[in-house]
Design a protein around this ligand. Structure first.
Ligand code: FES
Length: 188
């Protein structure tokens, strides 16, 4: 990496750092339910930005400065294919025996409230805050492929997050994996 590329990456790291810091400070001023709602909508983008910053910092730490070659085209950032992509993380959120069929529970991942359900032996996860009036979806009843919000009965499909009562409403869904007895959620 030449000195110019290093300088540009340092500037990008600083810009990301300031943007993330400002955003997090702002989020902390919001009431928790609104904060959760925003995190459900764009939390994965925030996480992606955070990981991009870490990856750029990693490039700066690991790559020595080399003089740029003449006619080099451009000083490319040494990020391999898939480097800034495929950044999904798999996080343990519980164990299989904690949830019997029809049961749900609340888990927290990256400050997001997520509702985890056992639907006839298959595990699903979705945002825990009902987009209607912020009811606790993790306390909802499992009905077929849907969770019924305990407050006003709106339903949310465990696979798509869609609501059949109001098509404008939707919750974020997450991929759930099992590994042995562990329940894992995939987050971006
Ligand atoms: S708060 Fe969930 S249906 Fe009203």
């Amino acid at each position: 990496m030449d000195a110019k590329a290093r300088e540009e990456i340092q500037a990008a790291v600083q810009a990301l750092d300031e943007a993330l810091g400002g955003l997090i400070n702002f989020m902390m001023t919001l009431r928790p339910t609104l904060r959760n709602e925003i995190m459900q909508i764009c939390g994965h983008h925030i996480e992606t930005a955070r990981q991009a910053k870490e990856r750029l910092e990693c490039c700066l730490r690991q790559t020595p400065v080399i003089p740029s070659r003449p006619h080099d085209g451009h000083a490319g950032v040494p990020i391999t294919a898939g480097g800034l992509r495929n950044m999904a993380r798999v996080i343990k959120v519980g164990e299989i025996n904690e949830l019997t069929p029809g049961q749900g529970k609340l888990v927290q991942v990256d400050a997001q409230d997520i509702a985890l359900f056992n639907v006839n032996g298959t595990y699903y996860a979705m945002g825990a805050v009902c987009p209607h009036e912020e009811g606790p979806l993790h306390e909802g009843e499992v009905d077929g492929d849907s969770i019924i919000c305990p407050w006003h009965g709106y339903d949310f499909n465990v696979k798509t997050g869609e609501c059949s009562v109001d098509s404008d409403l939707r919750v974020m869904t997450y991929i759930v994996k099992t590994e042995g007895n562990d329940l894992l959620i995939e987050v971006a």
